[in-house]
Write a protein that binds this ligand. Structure first.
Ligand SMILES: Nc1ccn([C@@H]2O[C@H](COP(=O)(O)OP(=O)(O)OP(=O)(O)O)[C@@H](O)[C@H]2O)c(=O)n1
Ligand SMILES: C[C@](O)(CO)[C@H](O)COP(=O)(O)O
Length: 221
C-alpha cells in the first residue's frame, strides 16, 4: 500500500496573534512545522509528504529550509482560503490508490507510534481519527440555558485523520459548509461512520500563545 501525509500549514494563525504564522514559530529552536514533518518522516509507513502552504508564504518556507538545512523530501501544494480547500488542493494532487493521513502542521508533538497506528487502522477499516476523552465536565449553552452532557460520550478530536483515498476523494467533491471543522465531518456528511482511536494528550494544537509554551515544556520532559 502507498501512504501519503497531507500536512496543512495554510492558515494565518489569527488566534495566536503573532506576525509570523504559528506554523513557522520556533519551538525548541526549530520551526513548529519542521517538528511535524519530522514525525511523519520517522514513521514506519514512510508516507509521501504533501505540505500545504499559502503561495505568499512559500518563499519564506524555502528560506527557512535553507537556514535550518531541512532536507526531508516534500511536495509543496498551494493553500486555500479555508482548511477544507487546503486539504482539497492536496487531494487533487494525488493520482494513485493509497491511505492518506491529514494532519495539522500545528500539532508538532504527534508521535510516530500514533501515526503508524492511524495508517494501519485506516487501511483495515477505511477511516480512523485520533481523539481523547474529555477529562473535564462538559455542558452545552443554548439560549442562555446550560445543560450537563455525559462526558463519557464526549471525545476531543485531534489529527491525524486517516482515510482510504477513494473515501476522501468522494467526500471532498462536496461544497464547503462552515460545519466542516475537520476532515471527519466532511467524510461523515457523505454517509460514512467515523472510527475513533485513542489519541495522545501531548498531541496539542498550537492555537493560543500558551500552547506554544506548553509544547516547549512537553518537549523538554
Ligand atoms: N486556510 C487554511 C486554514 C488552516 N489551515 C491549517 O489547518 C490547521 C488547523 O487550523 P488552525 O489551528 O485554525 O490554524 P489557523 O487557521 O492558522 O489559526 P486561526 O484559526 O487562529 O487563524 C493549521 O495547521 C493551519 O495552518 C490551512 O492549511 N489552511
Ligand atoms: C482538525 C482539528 O484540529 C481537529 O480538532 C480542528 O477541528 C481544527 O480546528 P481549527 O479551528 O481549524 O483550529
Amino acid at each position: 500500500m502507498k501512504y501519503y501525509a497531507i500536512i496543512v500549514a495554510g492558515g494565518s494563525g489569527n488566534r495566536m496573534q503573532t506576525e509570523t504564522p504559528k506554523q513557522f514559530l520556533l519551538l525548541n529552536n526549530l520551526p513548529v512545522l519542521m517538528h511535524t514533518i519530522r514525525a511523519f518522516a520517522q514513521s514506519d509507513a514512510q508516507p509521501k509528504i504533501l505540505l500545504v502552504i499559502n503561495t505568499e508564504q512559500q518563499g519564506y518556507w524555502r528560506r527557512l529550509c535553507e537556514e535550518f538545512n531541512f532536507r526531508i523530501p516534500h511536495e509543496v501544494i498551494d493553500g486555500g482560503s479555508e482548511r477544507f480547500y487546503s486539504v482539497k488542493n492536496a487531494i487533487d494532487f494525488i493520482e494513485e490508490d493509497c491511505v492518506i493521513a491529514i494532519h495539522d502542521a500545528v500539532r508538532p508533538l504527534v508521535s510516530k507510534q500514533l501515526i503508524d497506528h492511524c495508517f494501519a487502522e485506516a487501511e483495515f477499516k477505511g477511516n480512523v481519527i485520533a481523539a481523547v476523552q474529555s477529562s473535564d465536565s462538559v455542558r452545552t449553552l443554548k439560549n442562555n440555558k446550560s445543560a450537563a452532557l455525559n462526558r463519557d460520550e464526549i471525545y476531543l478530536v485531534q489529527t491525524p485523520q486517516t482515510f482510504k483515498f477513494s473515501i476522501l476523494k468522494e467526500a471532498y467533491t462536496q461544497d464547503f459548509t462552515t460545519s466542516f471543522t475537520d476532515d471527519a465531518s466532511v467524510v461523515e456528511a457523505v454517509g460514512y461512520e467515523i472510527n475513533i482511536i485513542e489519541g495522545e494528550r501531548n498531541n496539542i494544537k498550537i492555537t493560543y500563545p500558551i500552547d506554544l509554551e506548553l509544547a516547549e515544556l512537553l518537549l523538554k520532559r
